[in-house]
Design a protein around this ligand. Structure first.
Ligand code: HEC
Ligand code: HEC
Length: 501
């Protein structure tokens, strides 16, 4: 797991001068903002009353939509809109907690309160997958950020939050509930980490910075911010912006006979695939990282290196089948259920029931034509390991040296071998060999059998090949015992560099 770390220097960018350019506009906007009474303003019916009958250059002939924000990021009004959003403190949010009560997946998720203290204040339930992508990828939440919580629960390993909570109980949401209870308590030192705000906007409105907690500055694209804004705003609830924009840009253009306001083009509308239960789960929980089209280019994972798997390639690493063959449904289900430790692929058992996990597996297979013919798969044998002996480990060390593992993984297994520097995946993304001295970071698990499976199947799409035809099973076991001997007997604990949480 490697993340491009957001640089805080970004906040002191030349954009600050741009913001001052907008200053006069902001003053006018503040002055002109209508005084709202809370009861009218909150809820869409309140807004509907307010925007009824209002016509601007954006909606010359129709009512403003109260169900949707249709303003596109390439609209000429967009940069001014963001300046207005920033001035009204609309893009300010606080994480409130978990909602688990409804029996259907649709109402469950992580709750954020947006625009607190403004007429636009609203609680939004974000689907678990999207919220995880936000917390893990964009905010980079790790156990080290929350020492109070984890020190009393077995300590910290320097891993992402979802993986650490999964280790507390892989089958339920209880650790998540306890975690959110702890960090939302008024006395919690982690309280500041829960909030975020729009902190800088480039003049073209396309590059944006969000700041989370005290100083974690995260670059956003316009498309990314627009996703958040669409969850809290409608054309109707921002009618005062459209009015002010016209005031500042003179009379509305005459030629705007076209309207109604353009409908938001959603990627879903463009795709011909039918809406199935699997697709619903995928769009809600997986698309933020893997992309709505399965190409690994999710809007919330643009900074993730290597990126989430591109399903359109049909190449999977964690299989029970020989090199070149597709994974079985059970292989995919296992990955989805337990996640891939050491990566940002979360475990879904706490969040999705078995039927939902099966449905999403069926759906993700549709992204690659490789799955189309129902080709039979061979499942490679997975024997029980023999007892490890000192001679076996010594033999394994010799095999490690003789067979070139060290050229990539390094002589001591740290993952720093000379040929390991410029490796690429089949999709062309850089990848580094695993650190073999930390078996807890093996994505496919670290029991002897897990490692046996990786070495015999190979990891398709990655430079890590199959060694099934290279070694006898006995040699393979010895090699594995040697590799596992490189890790300390107990998982090393870390202490927080800065006790922020
Ligand atoms: C927070 C981002 C994130 C989310 C959300 C996410 N994934 Fe992943 N996923 C990843 C990453 C990163 C990888 C690649 C990890 C690796 O190479 O070890 C991955 C890999 C995978 C793989 C490939 C396994 C293999 O054998 O190669 C599958 C299958 C998968 N994810 C399914 C899902 C499904 C289904 C969902 C939604 C229920 C989902 N993912 C949600 C980040 C995510
Ligand atoms: C060409 C470079 C290269 C060589 C040679 C190589 N590896 Fe790897 N290995 C990798 C890379 C890259 C990964 C990470 C793959 C990924 O995440 O997709 C990896 C991953 C692994 C993993 C982790 C599997 C998991 O579940 O995360 C183990 C164990 C491993 N290699 C052992 C070996 C052994 C033993 C040898 C020699 C027999 C070897 N490797 C040779 C590049 C190499």
């Amino acid at each position: 797991m490697q993340l491009k770390t957001a640089v805080s220097a970004r906040s002191a960018s030349p954009w600050s001068s741009i913001r001052s350019l907008w200053f006069p506009a902001i003053i006018i906007l503040f002055a002109a903002s209508p005084a709202f009474s809370d009861d009218i303003a909150k809820g869409s019916s309140g807004w509907q009353q307010r925007c009824a009958g209002i016509r601007t250059s954006y909606n010359p002939q129709t009512e403003l939509r109260s169900d949707l924000l249709t303003l596109e990021t390439n609209d000429p009004r967009w940069p001014a809109f963001l300046a207005w959003v920033q001035a009204q403190q609309l893009a300010t949010s606080t994480l409130i907690g978990l909602r688990t009560s409804p029996s259907t997946d649709a109402g469950k998720g992580i709750v954020f309160r947006w625009a607190p203290g403004t007429p636009w204040e609203q609680e939004v339930v974000i689907p678990f997958g999207q919220a995880l992508a936000h917390l893990l990828v964009e905010r980079e939440w790790r156990d080290l950020d929350f020492p109070q919580f984890f020190t009393s629960r077995g300590g910290m390993y320097g891993i992402n939050l979802a993986e650490r909570l999964f280790l507390l109980d892989p089958h339920s949401l209880t650790p998540w509930q306890q975690f959110f209870q702890a960090i939302t308590a008024p006395s919690s030192p982690s309280a500041p980490l829960r909030s975020g705000r729009l902190s800088a906007v480039a003049p073209d409105g396309q590059s944006i910075s969000m700041t989370f907690g005290a100083n974690r500055v995260v670059p956003y694209s316009a498309a990314r911010l627009s996703l958040d804004l669409r969850s809290i705003l409608s054309d109707c609830s921002v009618y005062s912006f459209f009015q002010l924009y016209d005031q500042q840009h003179g009379a509305p253009p005459v030629a705007s006979q076209q309207s109604p306001a353009p409908a938001a083009s959603s990627p879903k509308a463009q795709s011909a695939v039918a809406v199935t239960p699997g697709r619903t789960v995928y769009d809600r929980h997986c698309s933020g990282c893997h992309g709505v089209n399965g190409d690994g280019k999710g809007l919330l994972a643009t900074s993730l290196r290597p990126p989430p798997r591109d399903f359109t390639q049909g190449l999977f690493r964690y299989r029970s089948t020989p090199t070149g063959q597709l994974p079985t449904d059970e292989d995919l289900l296992r990955t989805v259920t337990a996640g891939l430790p050491g990566s940002l692929m979360p475990a879904w058992e706490p969040f999705l029931n078995e039927a939902e996990r099966q449905a999403v597996v069926a759906y993700l297979k549709q992204f690659s034509p490789r799955f189309a013919p129902a080709t039979p798969r061979d499942v490679l044998p997975l024997p029980s390991p023999p007892a490890a002996t000192a001679e076996g480990v010594a033999q394994g060390e010799k095999l490690y040296r003789d067979s070139g593992c060290g050229s990539c993984h390094g002589d001591t297994g740290k993952g720093d071998g000379r040929s390991g520097k410029d490796l690429k995946t089949a999709e062309g993304n850089p990848i580094v060999p695993r650190d073999l001295t930390n078996k807890w970071s093996f994505h496919g698990g670290h029991t002897p059998q897990d490692v046996f499976q990786r070495l015999s199947t190979g990891m398709d799409g990655s430079p890590m090949a199959s060694y099934r035809d290279v070694f006898s099973p006995t040699d393979l076991w010895n090699l594995i015992f040697y590799i596992l001997s490189l890790s300390p007997p107990e998982r090393p604990q870390l202490t927080s560099p800065s006790p922020a949480g």
